[in-house]
Design a protein. Structure first.
Length: 103
């Protein structure tokens, strides 16, 4: 019999580049619930207590804000992103002519 273990993506988030790529992919989905879920995973990978302190939040408040089904305020999300040493950057999402022609 094969014994399976539960996959925990937190173990794969081991450097700044992985964090940025994971969050960028989440933001690309446009799914707010998924973005929040990924932020929770990344915060867990860095240590919830440390991220909470850097964000100026209590550890329990951070857990509550990032749990599935929660509706955190945008400023809380920004504080967590900054506590992770990241910043949001916006790019023009309008397709270029080359992209339009390829479709």
């Amino acid at each position: 019999m094969v014994k399976l273990t539960r996959f925990d993506p937190v173990e794969m988030i081991d450097d700044a580049e992985a964090v940025a790529a994971f969050l960028a992919d989440a933001f690309d989905t446009g799914d707010a619930d998924y973005i929040q879920h990924v932020l929770g995973l990344v915060a867990r990978s860095k240590g919830m207590a440390e991220i909470a302190e850097k964000a100026g939040l209590g550890r329990e408040s951070l857990y509550k804000a990032l749990k599935d089904g929660a509706s955190p305020r945008f400023d809380t999300i920004l504080r967590v992103i900054h506590a992770l040493g990241l910043k949001l950057a916006l790019v023009d999402a309008t397709p270029t002519r080359r992209e339009e022609n390829a479709a």
